[in-house]
Write a protein that binds this ligand. Structure first.
Ligand code: MGP
Length: 218
C-alpha cells in the first residue's frame, strides 16, 4: 500500500513562486500556500489496484498536518485522482496515521462502516463529490466529540456498483456510530427517504450471502 508521509510541523506560507503560478494557469498549485489551521490528526492515503495485484503509490500529497481553508479545498481536490477515473477493482482510502485500511487492524477489528452503495449511474453523477465530501468530513473532524471513533474511509470502484464507507473503531459505541451516521448522511446531502446502514467488519468478514446485516441505520 502506497503511503505518503505527512509533515508534522507547521511551516510558514511563502508566496507562490512564478513557476507555480504559471504551472496551473495562474492558480496556485501547492495547497500548502493556503494552509491555516493545524489538523488534529495525521492522515495517510493509500490505494490498491486489484488488476495488477500490486499496490501503487498515490501520486499526490493530499494533506500535510494542516487544514487547507477557504475556496482552496479545490486545490486539495486537484491533488487527488478522481475516484471515477480509477479502474474498476481499485480501492482508495484515507486513514488516520497508524491505522491500516484492513479489518484486522487493532483499531478496526471491533469496528464497522457506514456504507454508501452507489448504482452504476452514480459513478458519473455522485461518486467524486461524495468521496470529496467524505474526505472533508474526515480531515475536518466533522463528527464533534465522536471524531475520535473515526478510523478512515474507503472508496471501492467496482463494475457492479461503487461503494464509499467511513470506518469507525467500535461497533458497540451506539452513540458515536449513530451520530457519525447522521452527520455523514446530512453532509452527503442524502434525502431522508434514503437509508444508509452500518455493518460491523466481523459481520462483513463472515457473511454468507451477498449482503451483511445492518447494526444501525439512519
Ligand atoms: P471488498 O474489496 O471490500 O468488496 O471485498 P468487493 O470487491 O465489492 O466484494 P464483496 O465481497 O463486498 O462483494 C472483497 C474481498 O476482499 C472480501 O470478500 C474479502 O475476501 C477481502 N477483503 C476486503 N477487505 C476490506 C478485507 C480486509 O480488511 N481484510 C481481509 N483479510 N480481507 C478483506
Amino acid at each position: 500500500i502506497g503511503i505518503i508521509s505527512m509533515e508534522t510541523t507547521p511551516t510558514p506560507n511563502p508566496p507562490p513562486t512564478e513557476e507555480e503560478k504559471t504551472e496551473s494557469n495562474q492558480e496556485v498549485a501547492n495547497p500548502e500556500h493556503y494552509i491555516k489551521h493545524p489538523l488534529q490528526n495525521r492522515w495517510r492515503p493509500s490505494s490498491f489496484d486489484i488488476d495488477s495485484l500490486k499496490t501503487r503509490q498515490v501520486n499526490i500529497l493530499v494533506i500535510s498536518n494542516f487544514v487547507v481553508v477557504g475556496n482552496c479545498w479545490s486545490c486539495l481536490y486537484n491533488h487527488i485522482q478522481l475516484s471515477s477515473n480509477l479502474m474498476p477493482g481499485c480501492d482508495y482510502s484515507l486513514f488516520k496515521d497508524g491505522i491500516e485500511p484492513m479489518w484486522e487492524d487493532e483499531k478496526n477489528k471491533r469496528g464497522g462502516r457506514w456504507l454508501i452503495t452507489l448504482n452504476k449511474q452514480q459513478r458519473r453523477s455522485d461518486l467524486d463529490r461524495f468521496w470529496l465530501e467524505t474526505l472533508l468530513c474526515l480531515i475536518g473532524e466533522s463528527f464533534d466529540d465522536y471524531s475520535d471513533d473515526v478510523c478512515g474511509a474507503v472508496v471501492n470502484v467496482r463494475a457492479k456498483g461503487d461503494k464509499i464507507a467511513i470506518w469507525t473503531t467500535e461497533c458497540e459505541n451506539r452513540e458515536a456510530v449513530t451520530h457519525i451516521g447522521r452527520v455523514y448522511k446530512e453532509r452527503l446531502g442524502l434525502p431522508p427517504k434514503i437509508v444508509i446502514g452500518y455493518q460491523s467488519h466481523a459481520d462483513t468478514a463472515t457473511k454468507s450471502g451477498s449482503t451483511t446485516k445492518n447494526r444501525f441505520v439512519v
